[in-house]
Structures are given as C-alpha cells and as structure tokens.
Design a protein around this ligand. Sequence first.
Ligand code: DP6
Length: 345
Amino acid sequence: MSATTTSDKCKWQSPSNIALVKYWGKKGFQIPSNASISFTLSECHTNTELRWFPSNHSDIDVYFDGALNPNFKPKVAALLGHMQEQYPELTHYRFEVHSTNTFPHSSGIASSASGMSALALCFCTLLQEQGVLKHDFLQEASYWARIGSGSASRSVYGGSVVWGEHSDFEGSSDEFATSFRHVHPVFNSFQDTILIVHEGEKSVSSTVGHGLLKGHPFADQRFTMAQENMSRIKTILENGDLDSFVELVEFEALTLHSMMMTSSPSFILMEPNTLNIIQKIRNHRKQNGGHITFTLDAGANVHMLYPEKDKQAARDLINNELVALCANGRYICDSVGNGPTQLEC
Ligand code: DP6
C-alpha cells in the first residue's frame, strides 16, 4: 500500500466562497434541495498540510494555528471515515492535519468551505500519488469536500461555480460542483468587501439551519424559486446585466434570512448593524447610481459586492458611513479568485 507513495505529506491552499443563489436545505445525505452558484474568493483561505504515517491504528489529529484542536476533530474524522469506506487504503495511516486561516478565526467568516475543500484536496493528493483515485482529481476533491460541508464543494474551482443538478447548467450534479465559465468579463474581477458586523460564533450553525427546512411551511416554494433563480442568474452572468444582478442577489440574501426567521423554532442571525448597512448600501445606490450591492451568508456579516468600476465609490462609502457600523471597524477586502493552489511542504 505505501509502496507507491512518493511523499508523506502534502499542502493545499483553498479559498472561501460566497453564494449568489443559496444552498439552504438538504435531502438525504449531503444532497442539496436546490442548485446554488457562488463566486470563489481570493484572499480568505485556509492553508492545510496533511501528514500521514503508516500505522495499524488509523486516527487523525487536527492542529489549528500550531496547537492541537480537539474541537475540529469530529468533522474531520467523520470525513476521513466516509473516505475510508470508499478507499480502504486510507485505513493504513495515522494522520495529522495542520491548518491556518488567512482570515481572522474570530471574524465570523465561514471557514468550513475553505477548510473542508483544503482537506479534501489533500486526501485526494495522497490517493492520486498511490494511483488509486477513481475519478478526475478536482471532481473527486469537490465530491469529498461536499461530504465535509456542502458549500465546500464549490471552493475547489475558481470563478463562478455551480453545485446541484439544474437542467440549464450542463454537467451540473448534486454530488460535486462544476465550473461555470460562460461569464461576462465584468464578473471576473468582482469585488467582495466583507463588513464584519459580528465577531465570533453564530448562534445557530448552518447544519442546524438546513435541518429546520424539514417541515418548513415555505420549503417547497423556496426550492422551486431557487431553481428559477438559477436560470435567471445564468442569463445575468452571461450578459453582464448588472441591474438584474443587484436585484436578484439581494432578493436571494433576504430570502435566505426570511427562511431562518420563519423556521420553527425561528432564529435571526442578522444584527441591527446588518440592516443599517443594507439600508446605507441601498440609499447610496438610490442617490449615486452604480452597482454596489450586498449578499449575506448564514451570519450577520455583510458581503458588499461591486464591479471594479465602483471601487472608488465603495471605498468612500465604507470610509464615510460603513466602517463605523463594523465590529471594531473591521472589514476584509476580497475579490473573485482562481481557486485552490497546491503549496510546497
Ligand atoms: C448560507 O455548507 O455550511 O452559506 O453542508 O451543513 O456544512 P453544511 O452547510 P454549509 O451551508 C452553507 C449555507 C450558506 C449558503 C451557501 O453557501 O450556498
């Protein structure tokens, strides 16, 4: 088994992503109730080194920022367990995972997408080195990233990425993400300034939130609507129609949070300053035109999205009005990125 292994460690840097049409609700095991599409980011990423040691007792330890972190172990061990069922070769090792994030851990930015995709890429590298990987490398990495965390499936590719079967997107699948390349150039350099409204853990995890769609009174309408919005965003991304982009992306963000607010039990992840920022972005657009818009993930932070042409206007808006609404004045400047890269160990 280890005869064909050429090294005993590998390292990947993998980015976070921000969904435009949201994944919210699952069926079966890690299968999305509707298709979703995201921009992969370029600055917010996880660096993960996987080390493996031949052993009769398979186990995995997770180190974060240089320290053993037992809190991260259950999800990482669960992913390894699923992979070992398909790839018994992985039962012959003890593993160490060494991860760091380039964005502050306490910022409330979702790290599962970058973390799980980096980990899946590392495991797939080991399997590829052993010559046992069954499918295309990135497709497998996306498949296993999805098992770790649904949105992580999309972080394996750069640019605009679709996860979930949809008849308008050729080759799309519930099991892994695919790259959507027919995008107008304006979206290749789109900016995402993440305005940190709330630092630290959110009160309800995404996994719990997804579960609350079971029996939700509006769930079926939501899933149908999301599929329709996928058709709409495909045309928007192809044509570079920024007015329609703004309308659809804000609608998706607010629909996501309205599904949370109408779950049973209901929950609210937005904070007062989330709404204050949204109002200021909308007022700014009303007064100045342009295409500065927003989306939200499952948290209080606001992702302010805008085309490169609006960069100066966005900078002024942040400095004059929004920075005062951010926790400790913090925000992160990001933009659409090219996807993961393998690093030297
Ligand atoms: C609101 O991918 O974090 O960000 O599959 O349970 O790990 P699990 O959930 P997760 O959910 C992400 C939800 C979202 C929308 C999105 O990214 O599409």
